[in-house]
Design a protein around this ligand. Structure first.
Ligand code: FES
Ligand SMILES: [Fe+2]
Length: 316
């Protein structure tokens, strides 16, 4: 296999999360790294705005500056830029104003998350189609940084075959399988069928697990039969080998006690697995996988193969 290279051009119109609505509303501005750049994320009165976090004077991070009404002011020499458009609003160090603006990326709110994309900021409707139609609004979030390409991180979320191999999880998993009368045996291949494949999403049915999985470019949407547990995993590519992993869990039972237990299990079991073995495994696999030596995708590694073909050069 030829080592995959992240194709940034293929990402111009791919949305990735940059903040929760709650944290951006509270902080009004945040700085986050994505796509190898540092971004300034602004709330702008409910209309999210994303700019490169670089002042159009000498490139100082504007996130170090201050928000003053409808402008963001740089802390170095006081240049100010409109939060809505990024147009320069004040240049106190110049005798004669010189037109310039911040580099703007697209931004939108879906459910409880704020998303950004690199391409045309006006293409909101087109970009929205690349996300699940119902991004969760109320969820328990665990965010963790993985040292691996985004597609390995996303695959980790849907790789049903590895779940039972977690040391800490194996006994819990055995009980869980029995409760669900789940026919899938740990370590055994499982069967899946593609229900639908469109440009923006692959819908897969995992037969033994009786689960539906929808895989978008930067989101895995995973629901139990009956819709009691829902996981939406988002990934923010930060660099070729760095990914911010957003595990959004929604307990959907109408019984408050069941929801309490489910949320507690998420916080103790799932969070623990992500922070330990998943993070370690993906970072170790990353260097081997990206090197491409002696790597053989198996058929249950779908949709990794589909995913790779879309975003990684050379197309494999
Ligand atoms: S670098 Fe921002 S005002 Fe000079
Ligand atoms: Fe895992």
């Amino acid at each position: 296999m030829i080592p995959p290279i992240l194709d940034l051009d293929a990402f111009a119109d791919v949305p990735f999360p940059v903040a929760t609505v709650k944290e951006l509303r509270a902080g009004q501005r945040l700085s986050i790294s994505a796509m190898g750049r540092q971004l300034l994320v602004l709330w702008n009165g409910g209309k999210p705005r994303v700019y490169l976090d670089s002042c159009a004077h000498l490139g100082l991070p504007l996130s170090l500056g201050s928000l003053e009404g409808s402008v963001v002011r740089c802390r170095y020499h006081g240049w100010a830029f409109a939060t809505d458009t990024g147009e320069v609003a004040a240049q106190p160090t110049l005798r004669k104003p010189r037109p310039c603006r911040l580099e703007r990326w697209g931004a939108l709110v879906a459910g409880g998350l704020v998303f950004a994309w690199m391409g045309d900021p006006e293409a909101e409707e087109e970009i929205r189609c690349k996300l699940p139609p119902d991004v969760a609004e109320n969820f328990v979030l665990h965010r963790v940084k993985f040292q691996c390409p985004f597609y390995l991180a996303l695959f980790n979320a849907v790789d049903y075959a590895h779940f039972a191999e977690h040391r800490f999880y194996s006994s819990v998993y055995a009980i869980y399988r029995r409760l669900r009368r789940d026919a899938h045996l740990p370590g055994q291949p499982f069967h899946w069928t593609v229900v639908e494949e469109a440009d923006n999403v692959v819908h897969i049915r995992l037969e033994e697990a009786r689960r539906d999985l929808r895989l978008y470019a930067t989101c895995a949407d995973f629901e139990d039969e009956g819709g009691v547990n829902r996981f939406q995993t988002f990934v923010t590519p930060q660099g070729p080998h760095e990914t911010l992993y957003w595990e959004c869990y929604e307990a959907r039972s109408s019984n408050p006690l069941t929801r309490l237990v489910a949320n507690t299990v998420f916080r103790s079991v799932v969070v623990h697995l992500l922070d330990t073995e998943d993070r370690d495994w993906t970072s170790i696999a990353s260097s081997n996988f990206v090197r491409g030596e002696n790597i053989h995708l198996s058929e249950t590694d779908l949709p990794l193969g589909t995913h790779l073909r879309k975003f990684v050069l050379p197309r494999c």
